[in-house]
Design a protein around this ligand. Structure first.
Ligand code: DAH
Length: 352
């Protein structure tokens, strides 16, 4: 093919090329190793000087024009492809969007916040204490005798410490077994009259079952003044329970022993299922065991740097109570296994 024909032919072919692949083939057909234009360059050496120069120049011109046209067409194809892609990618704004699943609070957090709100509205402040606690605050300061069974291995997690047995109770550490230690911590720093609740995580070295975990949540309450009595306690707790369970109910006090109160009692409330008639939940008694409570022991006041009313008529008196948040949450949401709270099982958590 001579140069003229090549020019006509390439222009036609480039014009008809539909895609990049076709364009690539055209390029190779003319400028590849054995390509038409390449061959013209190869044949130059056989020609006379004069012809070589003339044809060489024309061939160069043709080559540059050809490359330029290929380049232009390539850009055109690319542009068309881009536009086509955009057209295909058109967004259908009427389609429903992807749902973002929102989480919710854990049942224990929910009940804790609800309880905090109720007590707040009755003038109680929220106090805190450390989860790693000294034996002094956890036991001795709360009037636990040195040989009280609660201190034994089956109940308490003791921290490993060098020469532990030689250390004083204030330097020996345990994972707190209740949030009662915060009573002393708070009274050391705040002068009564006072009302606090202390929610928090506590630890017991126990075998787990449907009703027991080695890690659970407590809420301690404390109200101290010049004339705070069991009558105040009863009124506050009944009000609290009625608001929490949103139903009318009664409580009863049974004498019991806790080292840090005197007198001490355990509190039962009307069974939520049978309303006192007796059913499987309350073992046919009509009552559910709820919490421990009592009048703050004079030694606890003394250990907090306060004068108890037993020593001086002008001294302080008040009540304390301790309640398990897990148990309350189980009653409120009808959960039958405490271990579910800590299982991380979404199917359980999503039900609340
Ligand atoms: N601290 C007790 C426990 O661990 C609960 C308790 C009982 C707290 C009686 C009190 C109380 O303040 O007066 O089970």
């Amino acid at each position: 093919m001579d140069l003229k024909n090549i020019k006509i032919e390439t222009q036609k072919e480039i014009k008809n090329a539909k895609n990049i692949k076709a364009l690539d083939e055209i390029f190779r057909k003319y400028l590849g190793k054995k390509g038409e234009i390449t061959q013209i360059f190869d044949s130059l050496k056989k020609l006379s000087e004069e012809k070589k120069r003339k044809i060489g120049r024309q061939a160069n011109l043709l080559k540059n024009e050809f490359k330029e046209e290929i380049k232009k067409k390539l850009e055109k194809i690319k542009k068309e492809e881009r536009e086509l892609k955009l057209k295909k990618e058109k967004i259908d704004i009427s389609r429903p969007g992807k749902k973002i699943e929102s989480g919710h609070l854990h049942p224990l957090t929910l009940i804790q916040r609800e309880i905090e709100e109720i007590f707040n509205s009755m003038g109680f402040e929220i106090a805190e204490g450390p989860e790693i606690e000294s034996e002094w605050y956890n036991f001795d300061g709360l009037n636990f005798p040195p040989d009280h069974p609660a201190r034994e291995m089956q109940d308490t997690f003791f921290l490993k410490q060098k020469n532990r047995e030689k250390l004083p109770p204030s330097k020996k550490f345990v994972l707190r077994t209740h949030t009662s230690p915060a009573q002393i911590r708070y009274m050391e720093k705040h002068q009564p009259p006072l009302r606090i609740i202390v929610p928090g995580r506590v630890f017991r070295h126990e075998a787990t079952d449907a009703g027991h975990e080695s890690n659970f949540y407590h809420l301690e309450g404390l109200m101290v003044g010049k004339d705070i009595s069991v009558a105040n306690f009863k009124a506050i707790i009944e009000e609290f329970l009625r608001r929490l369970f949103k139903t009318d109910l009664e409580i009863r006090l049974r004498p019991s022993y806790f080292p840090f109160v005197e007198p001490g009692f355990e509190i039962d409330m009307t069974c939520l299922i049978c309303k006192g008639k007796g059913c499987f939940l309350c073992s046919k008694t009509g009552w559910l065991e709820l919490m421990g409570a009592g009048m703050v022991h004079p030694n606890v006041f003394k250990n907090s740097g306060l004068i108890p009313h037993q020593l001086n008529n002008e001294g302080w008196q008040g009540f304390a109570f301790g309640i398990g948040l897990d148990r309350l949450s189980m009653m409120k949401y009808k959960i039958n296994d405490i271990r579910l709270f800590y299982s991380g099982n979404l199917r359980f958590l999503k039900q609340i």
